[in-house]
Design a protein around this ligand. Sequence first.
Ligand code: DOR
Length: 451
Amino acid sequence: MITNKKLDLKIINGNVLLTTATGELKELKTDLGITNGIISSIGELKTTESEKTFEASGLHILPGLIDTQVHFREPGLTHKEDLESGTKAAVLGGITAVFDMPNTNPSTTTRELFNEKVNLIKNRAWCDVGFYIGGCAENANQLAELEQMNGCCGVKIFMGSSTGSLLVDDDIKLDLILKNGIKRIAAHCEDEARIKERKSIAIEGKSVRYHHIWRDEETALIATQKLIHYAKKNKRPVHVLHVSTAQEMEFLAAYKNWATVEVLPQHLTLSTPECYERLGNFAQQNPPLRNAGHVAALWKALSKGVVDIIGSDHAPHTIEEKKREYPSSPSGMPGVQTLVPIMLNHIHEEKLTLKHFVQLTSVNPSKIFNIKGRGFINIGAPATLTVVDLKAEKRIENSWIASRSAWTPYDGMKVTGWVTSTIIRGQIIMQDDTLIKDKQGQLLEFEARSS
Ligand code: DOR
């Protein structure tokens, strides 16, 4: 459609990833017109008047990318991150919306604590935010109501302990949680009994090199199989977070009707033993980084369609905390700002296509979690967009990192592919690594139906 009304913004000559009638992505060199934060026209706009013009020759315009797993640590752990610093890091890395995890202090498990978090984003969020409610024994019976709160993307459970005190390590509680509600349950799958049984490996080893031996493949597989058992029993969809092993991928391939699957950029990029030699405790994370065989299996699963989502599991800890003697050092690494450049570099290396990446970080998150108005570029959709340059050669540096933790495991890495701009509802928030407009983040809206 071509409009003659004056536009607020026109983005011209970009390669736009549009959605076709069948839901496929199609790349088209065209112009986008934006009025009142909404895409009002798609097609040539050379002569159409506009308040602002964004010249996007050579750039790709993507539906706003979404990171469905971040830990922004507020309340209680704000020396590591808060909702303001975390969302700032997100927009600098081309992320337009995040799902924040409930393992804060206190854990987000009640209506009051959830609403406190919702209030915390007012005038402080750089991108849009959805929140998980934490599932636990105490709130299992209320989860059907709690998951319907405004801004709630779903329920998160930890089957093995990680950062914080949230834990569901008992089958009866797990069954009860899966019975109560309809939204997708996102699960951290590591078996708590096996973690406890084998903790001596880490304590006696006194080195992060033992981390993936302590929390081994079996630890992950046992929990994943248990989750699927109860998902089938209760006919409840689940989302298996940060799948890290070949065994889980092989298993999950047969249960795509019940489970959606997430992988992390770090599990696709870093591997043992090299990561521990180079990064020490900074490579410590749960589930652990694994060997090259597992990395190859994750890529194979991704190419076969077993993987639905790429999330960062942005889990910042301070440099001082990470330097504690293993295993007192905390697990987790920041990633919300590096997700897009790291994956664009993989695209440059032809490990996946740009369309597939957009499917995994925008289209699928939107469909799987029923996010309103996200995951597509079309007339009438909010103009929330990520603009990337697939050819830009850059170096990731700690100095670029906006997270309060101020480090990245990719410090010094050269990449091809970089984010040029982050646009939220027609406002260019970030351009060329600089924040040029004030915060526009809002609470994400979700359709009430089951996923
Ligand atoms: O390594 C991790 N750190 N894995 C998790 O699941 C939690 C996270 C954190 O919150 O620090």
